[in-house]
Structure formats: structure tokens, C-alpha cells
Design a protein around this ligand. Structure first.
Ligand code: LLP
Length: 413
């Protein structure tokens, strides 16, 4: 856990969070630079494979730039994420672009930037990339994202590799794709890729997946297409609560070594959550306390607009109180949004809370700020990066005036 108490005062690295909370309007996200670096290096040093950080987990340019500075590439799923990564200084040759709905404009942009590889998610997209590349007189490096029909044994809403899911090219259509690739002069197949879901804890899932990917590669090679890269996706589970066991990355490494023992493929991964989830918290302030029926509600200024995971996936994140009084009470922590589902956590035991107290919502570095919204006309929160005893705002919070400017009331009203 990145929050450490020294003499009852919470710190991340050398920064006193109680003082920080008084300087920056709550709610806001805080990240530990050390934790991001440690998580990345921990993964890299075990796997010893190329890593393409999945930008969708946290797309702040400072985070992308930090990871780029320690050797990571990027995996992006939209033109906008691609622009962010380039702007953050990631070389085009270290960026992979996937995504199930790339428009012609997105594809053209990526082709012109000469990125490392576009991972194709449908037969039609193969034809579009070839057509656009031809018009630009270029040859584009592509990968095929395969839908291997594997159950990732994770939440339904974050499973992506079963045959009914919308992602990737059906395993049974690999041959069809190969025939098109063979006759398309402006695309060059560099590899195959997959991603079957997020928050995966069962090593068996990876075993099945890697075995199927090996089979898929063999199938492609039957068409005399030489495969250079095998992108084995992301999805490494992160323990948010005591009930999740950490996925053992050493076991993943052993699997790779065993299954791809005699292969010469360049293997890579594209994790997001594993690298940034535990490096972030949200600091939120209590605005109201009340009892409805028998429930002790604490209403904080961070809600589903700030952090969507609890209401969208029933995700459970630990809550830490900045005050450490001994008297503990059972609370339900809710946000300020006018929705019954705007609950951050039910039935938590916390020291007695009062209006103005600060809480930390833990492990919110991944799929946190990126999924925040303007619901109820709330402004997006600030993001802060801590490095030892320094901190810097890496994204300003929005203000209502900049939002209001986007609307236009027509003259006829
Ligand atoms: N590659 C692709 C193609 C993906 O779709 C994803 C995530 C990743 C890599 C990275 O997966 P990770 O290593 O972070 O598990 N919003 C959800 C998570 C959705 C993830 C979707 N795909 C959540 O908050 O749990």
C-alpha cells in the first residue's frame, strides 16, 4: 500500500497527504512515481519481454512519458490515445494500435505516423488498411488480433476473448484472413495478438491462451507467412482486497518458457492495470454524514463521476481514513451524484467520521481518472504525481466555465 502512516499522519513517499489535501481542491487523484516504476520493473525483470503499456488504464501524458523513459512501449486503442502517446514523446515505432472500431480517419492517421503495428480486429479492417495504404503508396505493418474463444474467468463486463465477444477476428476465420493478407500488397503481417480480459487471476487461463496462440501462429505459418511478433495481451490481476490473490508473474514466465520453448517469436505483453493500479489513490473530503434507516452514510465529494468502478463493476476498493481515532463505526461511503448506484463502498469499518475529514480510496491508479465523467455537471478532478518529497499537478481540474463554453444556446430559443 502506497499510503504509509508516520505518527498518525498519512504519507505517499515523502509527501504529507493531510497537508496536500488542504492545498488542492478535493476530490483529486494522487500517484506515486516510485510505485509505477517499481511495478513496471517488477514485471519487466521477471518476464524479460517487451512491454507495451496499455494507455487506456491511465492516459495522463506524465504517466505515459514516465513509462516511456524506463523503456516501455505503448498499446493504444484510439486515435486520441495515439495522439497522447506521441505527444508524450513515445516513438511511433514503440506504439501498437488496436481497437474494435477504428474509423478510416483513425487508420489513415496511424498509417501516416508509421507506428509499429496496427492490430486488426476484423476481415473488413484488413481490406480498409490495405486500401488506404495503397492510396498512400505505403506498406503497413499489421498484426491480427485473434479472438481465441477463451473464458478469462473474470467479471463478465471485462471479458474480451470469448467467441461471442465483439473483439478480434474469430479463431475460425484465421485462414480467411491469411488468404486476404497473401493477396494484399500494401499490408505486411508482422504478428498475432490477443487479449482475453482484465483482472485475471487464474494461471490456467494464460496456459490455455498461450497454447491457443501457438496453434494460431502455426496455422498462419501454413500460408508461408512469417510471424515475427506474438503479443500475448494484458489482463494480469491486481489484488484490490484481501480476497483476491495476487497473480504470480513468475508462473506466467514459466508458462511462456515452456509453451514457446523452441520458438523464435518476439514475445510481448500489453498490461495496464498491473503497472498503475496500486500506484494511485483518490483523496476525497466528507461533505455530509447522516443516518437513513439503520445505515450510517458518509457522503464524500468523490462519486461515480470521479471513480466509476464500484458502481459499474461492483468493484471493492479499500478505504483509508486520515483521522485515526480509536472509536470505529460501520459506514456506507457514498458520492454526491443523484443516482442510487453512486456508492463507493458499503459496510466499512472506519474511525468515527465527521464533515471535513479526508479519506483515501485506494488502488485507483488504473481505470480511475480515465473513466471519470462530467455527470451532474461535475468537473473532472485534478491529478497529482509524487516523487520523493515533491509533488506536481499533472492535470488541472476542469472548471465549470470551460464546460459551459462548450454548449451553445441557439438564437431561436
Ligand atoms: N490490451 C487490450 C486490447 C485491452 O482491451 C486491455 C484492457 C488491455 C490490453 C489491458 O488490460 P489490463 O492489463 O489493464 O487488464 N475498465 C475496466 C477494465 C477494462 C479493460 C479492458 N481492456 C475496469 O475498470 O476493470
Amino acid at each position: 500500500m502506497i499510503v504509509k502512516f508516520k505518527k498518525n499522519t498519512p504519507y505517499i513517499e515523502g509527501v504529507n497527504l493531510s497537508k496536500l489535501a488542504k492545498k488542492i481542491p478535493t476530490p483529486f487523484y494522487v500517484y506515486s512515481q516510485k510505485k509505477i516504476i517499481d511495478s513496471y520493473l517488477n514485471l519487466y525483470n521477471i518476464l524479460k519481454k517487451e512491454i507495451f503499456y496499455s494507455v487506456k488504464a491511465n492516459s495522463n501524458q506524465a504517466i505515459i512519458a514516465l513509462l516511456n523513459s524506463i523503456g516501455s512501449g505503448c498499446d493504444v486503442v484510439s486515435k486520441e490515445e495515439l495522439i497522447r502517446s506521441l505527444k508524450a514523446g513515445v516513438p511511433a515505432k514503440k506504439i501498437i494500435f488496436e481497437g474494435v472500431g477504428k474509423s478510416e480517419e483513425d487508420i489513415k492517421f496511424a498509417i501516416k505516423k508509421r507506428i509499429r503495428q496496427i492490430n486488426v480486429e476484423s476481415i473488413q479492417e484488413l481490406e480498409t488498411i490495405n486500401k488506404i495504404s495503397k492510396s498512400l503508396k505505403l506498406i503497413t505493418s499489421i498484426g491480427i488480433r485473434i479472438n481465441p474463444n477463451i473464458d478469462s474467468k473474470t467479471f463478465k463486463k471485462i471479458s474480451t476473448g470469448k467467441k461471442n465477444d465483439k473483439f478480434g477476428i474469430d479463431y475460425n476465420d484465421i485462414q480467411k484472413a491469411c488468404k486476404i493478407i497473401k493477396t494484399s500488397k500494401n499490408i505486411s503481417l508482422k504478428g498475432i495478438s490477443c487479449h482475453v480480459g482484465s483482472q485475471i487471476f487464474q494461471i490456467k487461463v494464460f496456459e490455455k491462451l498461450f497454447t491457443k496462440m501457438k496453434k494460431a501462429a502455426n496455422l498462419v505459418e501454413k500460408y508461408d507467412i512469417y510471424i515475427e511478433n506474438l503479443d500475448l495481451g494484458g489482463g494480469f490481476g491486481v489484488p484490490y482486497t484481501k480476497t483476491n490473490n495476487r497473480l504470480n508473474i513468475i508462473q506466467v514466465k514459466k508458462l511462456v518458457n515452456r509453451i514457446f520453448k523452441n520458438s523464435t517469436y518476439k514475445i510481448s505483453f500489453e498490461p495496464g492495470r498491473f503497472i498503475v493500479a496500486q500506484a494511485g489513490i483518490i483523496i476525497t473530503k466528507i461533505i455530509t454524514t447522516k443516518q437513513n434507516s439503520k445505515i450510517n452514510y458518509i457522503i464524500a465529494d468523490a462519486g461515480m463521476n470521479t471513480f466509476l468502478r464500484p458502481s459499474m463493476y461492483n468493484a471493492s476498493h479499500n478505504i483509508i481514513s486520515f483521522n485515526k481515532s480509536h472509536k470505529k463505526m460501520k459506514y456506507t461511503l457514498a458520492g454526491p451524484i443523484c443516482e442510487s448506484s453512486d456508492i463507493i463502498k458499503k459496510n466499512i469499518k472506519l474511525p468515527k467520521q465527521e464533515v471535513g475529514n479526508y479519506l483515501a480510496i485506494c488502488d485507483t491508479g488504473a481505470y480511475g481518472a480515465v473513466m471519470a465523467s462530467n455527470y451532474n455537471s461535475k468537473c473532472l478532478p485534478a491529478e497529482v504525481l509524487i516523487n520523493k518529497n515533491k509533488f506536481v499537478i499533472i492535470r488541472n481540474s476542469q472548471n465549470i466555465n470551460s464546460l459551459l463554453k462548450l454548449d451553445k444556446i441557439p438564437k431561436w430559443i
